[in-house]
Structures are given as structure tokens and as C-alpha cells.
Design a binder for this molecule. Structure first.
Ligand code: NAP
Length: 314
């Protein structure tokens, strides 16, 4: 089968389309899935570049990709809650024991898979798992965002930001977000109440007394975000443990999130998509064979929302 693989860590040039990759073997509680579509996340180019090699070295050749949508071909031992022919979506990232999503077939844990939302196509479903689970975990599980509260979502035009703005609005919050000038109208269309152009304005001087921050940008944006919180507020960062000294100084709770693309989160996401609370925004779809161009578009092209690989033509 065809798969997007690497044999060494590096830039876009290390990506290879291998036509003769063996079909993945199934471990206990795994599913064999015929992949219809997959989406690229920053974690995929970070893995490719070797940023996680100390924590989890890859076995080469390694198939990249986590997020997928497709149809179950085979059930592994112990799988009872899904059946052959079900349309599913989820994560098959190698870090979780999956076989990698950028391939015609993949092995995924049932614990990282759920039934695909019925009202969207495979490309849209593949755009959801990691960004959607990230938004749910931060806003609902950690922040417990409530009606009338004020939240700052940094990086509102990205994959996570696009979902987080819509989820925060559906929970009744007042939403401020930071984006580049080309994305101002885009995030307003998602429902953002207040938009700060990070290239022209200093967000920490404009926003005050917020209940929560969901930081998807990191670095100095993370540190500056503490200034917009009121005492007792909470900041969730996608970049490891936020600065503990600043948390103490401002009297806020600071959480570093490690997103789990669990069946529970995927089911909640499907519910939000099916009742129209969350719409999926795909910036561009590339065929699997154009994986290099697709990575380049995510890494350099400043997309709004998600970049998707179409694996099987419908
Ligand atoms: N910890 C975890 O478990 C976990 C899970 C998922 C993701 N993540 C991380 O979370 C981050 C966001 O993920 P994503 O999928 O949303 O990425 P993405 O789609 O690449 O979006 C990032 C967004 O940030 C914007 N941005 C860059 N600098 C900014 C600034 N100074 N102020 C405001 N916005 C800025 C970019 O806009 P421009 O077009 O203007 O550059 C882009 O829209 C990634 O680094 C990812 O690796 C962590």
C-alpha cells in the first residue's frame, strides 16, 4: 500500500511516498481502517524534524500522521464496540501505538477512535480529531468555561483556535482572540467578539480582567497572557507547563495541556458537529501523493483552519 514515510529526521525533503509499504498488523484492541482522508497537524512536522526523538525515538521507516477518517476493514482481538464497515475517525499517531495516518490503511487503537459525525464528509471528519479534542479538553475539562465568562484564545485562526472560538461561543462566553491582519474577518465570522491584530496591537495592554486564557501560540505570548487574567483566573497552554512564577505572581491557575484524542472526546466532538455548534474549516485539500506540498502549505502558507490529505477518491 501507499504511505507517506520518513527514513530519517529532517525537513520536508525527507518525506517519501512509498508504494510498497506493508499493511499494518493489528495489536489487541486495534482496528484496521481503510483511510479516506487524513489531516496534518504541527505535531506531524515536529515528529518529522525529530523534536520528540529523545522522548520517543521512531523506528524507521516510520509512517507519519495521526488524524484520519475512514471505514473499518478488520477488527483486532478484543474489539466489541465497533464493526467492520463502520465509518470512523480518530488518531493513529505512532506516539500512541497507531501505525500512522498518511497511508491507504492504518491500525488505530479503539480508545482513540469513534464513529464519524454523520453530517460531514470524510475530509471534514479527518480535520477534527486533534484540534477538536484539544479545544474540548481545555475549555470544558480544564477551564470549565461558563456562560458570561471572558476568555482570550491566542492564535484564533489556526486549527485549534478555529474550533475553540466556536466552542467558547456555544458555551456562552465572551471571546477575544489574537490573529494576524489577514485573519481578522475570518475569526469574526467564527463568532469572536473582540479581535486583536498581533502584528499591530499589544494584546496584554488592551485586554483586562479575563477569566481564562487558552494559549495556542506559546513562547512570549504565553508569558504575556498572564497579564490579561483576573485573580483566580486560569490559563491553559498547549506548550507544556506554563511559567509557575508568573502563576504565583498573578494568583492564577496555570495548566500545561497534553491532549488525549480519546473516544469520549471524539464522541463529544461528533455531538457538537452534528448539532451545528461547530463547523469545520478546511483551508486546502491535497492528494496523498502531494504530501510534501501539503506540509509546505501548513508550515509556510499561513492557512485558516486545516490542511487535509485526500487518500481515497470518492
Ligand atoms: N500539547 C499538546 O498536546 C498539543 C496538541 C495539539 C497541538 N499542540 C500545539 O499547539 C499549537 C497550535 O496548534 P494548531 O493546530 O492550532 O496550529 P496551526 O494550525 O499551525 O495554528 C497556529 C496559529 O497561530 C498563529 N500565530 C502565530 N504566531 C502568533 C502570534 N504571535 N499571535 C497570534 N497568533 C499567532 C498562526 O497564524 P499566522 O498565520 O499569522 O502565522 C496560526 O493561525 C502547535 O504548536 C501544536 O504543536 C499541542
Amino acid at each position: 500500500m501507499k504511505a507517506v514515510q520518513i527514513n530519517t529526521y529532517g525537513g520536508i525533503d525527507v518525506l517519501e511516498i512509498n508504494e510498497n509499504t506493508p499493511k499494518p498488523n493489528l495489536a489487541k484492541n486495534q482496528l484496521l481502517v481503510e483511510v479516506y482522508a487524513a489531516s496534518i497537524n504541527p505535531i506531524d512536522y515536529k515528529i518529522r524534524a525529530g523534536f520528540l526523538k529523545e522522548m520517543m525515538p521512531l523506528q524507521f521507516p516510520a509512517t507519519l500522521g495521526g488524524d484520519f477518517a475512514g471505514v473499518i476493514l478488520e477488527l483486532g482481538e478484543g474489539v466489541t464496540d465497533l464493526k467492520v464497515g463502520d465509518s470512523v475517525y480518530g488518531s493513529a499517531i505512532v506516539l500512541n501505538g497507531g501505525s500512522g495516518a498518511f497511508a491507504e490503511n492504518l491500525a488505530a487503537n479503539t480508545g482513540n477512535t469513534a464513529l464519524k459525525p454523520k453530517n460531514v464528509d470524510f475530509a471534514q471528519a479527518a480535520a477534527l480529531p486533534l484540534v477538536g479534542a484539544s479545544a474540548i479538553q481545555a475549555l470544558e475539562d480544564y477551564i470549565k468555561l461558563k456562560n458570561g465568562q471572558k476568555i482570550l484564545i491566542t492564535g484564533g485562526a489556526g486549527g485549534i483556535g478555529t474550533i475553540a472560538i466556536q466552542l467558547a461561543k456555544s458555551l456562552g462566553a465572551y471571546v477575544a482572540t489574537t490573529v494576524g491582519s489577514k485573519d481578522i474577518e475570518y475569526v469574526k465570522s467564527l463568532g469572536a467578539d473582540e479581535v486583536i491584530d498581533y502584528q499591530a496591537q499589544i494584546f496584554e495592554q488592551v485586554l483586562k480582567d479575563f477569566d481564562a486564557v487558552f494559549d495556542t501560540v506559546g513562547g512570549e505570548t504565553s508569558d504575556k497572557s498572564f497579564q490579561v487574567l483576573k485573580k483566580g483566573g486560569v490559563i491553559v497552554s498547549m506548550f507544556g507547563a506554563p511559567n509557575a512564577e508568573l502563576a504565583q505572581k498573578y494568583g492564577v491557575t496555570a495548566i500545561g495541556q497534553n491532549t488525549v484524542t480519546s473516544t469520549q472526546a471524539l464522541n463529544r466532538l461528533a455531538e457538537l458537529v452534528m448539532n451545528g455548534k461547530i463547523k469545520i474549516h478546511i483551508d486546502k485539500v491535497f492528494p496523498l501523493e502531494e504530501a510534501k506540498e501539503a506540509f509546505e502549505h501548513l508550515e509556510e502558507g499561513h492557512p485558516q483552519g486545516k490542511v487535509v490529505l485526500q487518500v481515497k477518491d470518492l
